[in-house]
Design a protein around this ligand. Structure first.
Ligand code: SAH
Length: 406
């Protein structure tokens, strides 16, 4: 995540730089300190070339790699914004991010990647703390209240969730705080207090109290509505996600007859997008809050051919295979670490016709393609998608099939 100057600043800077060979690059006062935007000093088209080359080098030996799908508007695409709160040695309140590799907080006012409304809300909260006598949490002493603020905005719905992460359950003048925040930002649709009393680098704790609204937001993707709660995973770049899912559906080649597994399913977005084109969908996900969201989402979208299980994807698939379960198509969308040995083993028993692998890390994708190759799966096509402009991260969707054809 990279923080930076306001849009007007980088646009005017962009103009002056057009004369030089640094054409279309932007500036950010926190470049290097933040460490999020590794490619900030590169023009956007150059970033895409680098990512294309990265995927080509890792995946090209397994299958054809299509030209990367870049963003039309590569700024302020992040719908989820996180700020850590702290104080400097003079007692000034800081809100921003940890300096790369440290626990030192860099104060940030706005970021080139983040949703601008979310950034404004964080600044408002920072400004309110003094008058409400709310202390920021001190990691060393464990003293103080406010640890983090997390904001999520549904780009299609405009709904906004503010999560105030506190080091203890008591929030003094809670109602007045909520009222004052809503007065400044009537666009906020829900405010949640998340209580994290542990000395941990994890942002969110287990317990939550809804302070205002419904406790979650909704967003729309691929014609469906999804409820998203604070702890559930949701893709950070909804515009590119629509493209990614559409491509995943095209590669899956569903006809309406298939049994489909959506593994690492989060709140069920991929499975539900596939549900109208398949006979039965089974979603599996480890995070219980995400599974709860997924079940509600299926109901709200009137989808009756989809069911969800809360389990480790590998373990679930092994059990499913051992019980003679069938799967024609498997979507898999694991975290950066890629899939697990048990998951690959389960695939080797289930033998789906096609596997659609969505990956945010081409290195583990390459490793898993190698392993799946040994199980008789050939990679057919890989589509890189830029979901994370200005950073070195790249998403890809890759089709594998038993017969090596689409
Ligand atoms: N497919 C979803 C989520 C992808 S992110 C989407 O497109 O939105 C990866 C998901 O895998 C996260 O929701 C994470 O909670 C889940 N996860 C991580 N490890 C897992 C495991 N071992 N088994 C099942 N799910 C897991």
């Amino acid at each position: 995540m990279e923080k930076g100057k306001k849009k007007e600043n980088f646009e005017s800077r962009g103009k002056t730089e057009q004369k030089s060979d640094r054409k279309n690059t932007v500036s950010c006062q926190n470049f290097k300190k933040c460490g999020g935007c590794k490619y900030l000093n590169l023009p956007y088209d150059k970033q895409l070339k680098i990512k294309q080359r990265m995927v080509q080098e890792l995946i090209g030996k397994y299958c054809k790699v299509n030209p990367i799908k870049g963003m039309k508007q590569p700024f302020h695409y992040r719908n989820k914004v996180h700020a850590v709160f702290d104080r400097d040695s003079r007692g000034n309140i800081l809100s921003g991010i940890y300096k790369e590799g440290t626990h030192q907080v860099i104060s940030i006012d706005s970021c080139l990647l983040e949703d601008e409304t979310a950034d404004r809300i964080i600044l408002t909260i920072r400004g309110m703390l003094k008058s409400f006598k709310i202390k920021t949490y001190d990691e060393d002493s464990g003293y103080g209240l406010l640890r983090h603020v997390l904001i999520r905005r549904g780009f299609a719905t405009g709904q906004i969730m503010v999560v105030l992460v506190t080091g203890s359950p008591i929030f003094p003048s809670k109602n007045n705080f909520v009222k004052a925040l809503l007065k400044e930002h009537p666009e906020i649709t829900t405010i949640v207090q998340n209580i994290n009393e542990k000395r941990t680098s994890m942002v969110l704790g287990e317990r939550e109290q809804v302070m205002y609204g419904r406790g979650y937001i909704e967003d729309r993707l691929c014609g469906l509505t999804f409820r998203i709660s604070s702890k559930s995973f949701y893709q950070v770049n909804p515009v590119q996600t629509e493209y990614l899912y559409k491509k995943a559906m095209e590669l899956a080649g569903l006809t309406g007859k298939e049994t489909v597994i959506d593994a690492y399913c989060g709140i069920g977005t991929i499975g539900m997008t596939a549900a109208l084109k398949a006979r039965r969908i089974i979603g599996v996900e480890l995070n219980k809050d995400a599974v709860k969201d997924a079940i509600v989402n299926a109901k709200n979208n009137h989808l009756e051919n989809i069911e969800f299980y809360c389990n480790d994807a590998g373990k679930f698939m092994e059990d499913y295979a051992a019980n003679n379960g069938k799967a024609d198509v498997v979507f898999m969308d694991p975290p950066r670490s890629g899939s697990s040995e048990s998951f690959i083993h389960a695939l080797s028993i289930l033998k789906p016709e096609r596997i659609v692998y969505i990956s945010c890390n081409p290195e583990t994708l390459a490793r898993d393609l190698e392993l799946l190759g040994k199980e008789g799966y050939k990679a057919v096509e890989c589509q890189p998608v830029d979901m994370f402009g200005w950073t070195e991260h790249v998403e890809s969707v890759c089709l594998l099939s038993k017969r090596g054809v689409k």
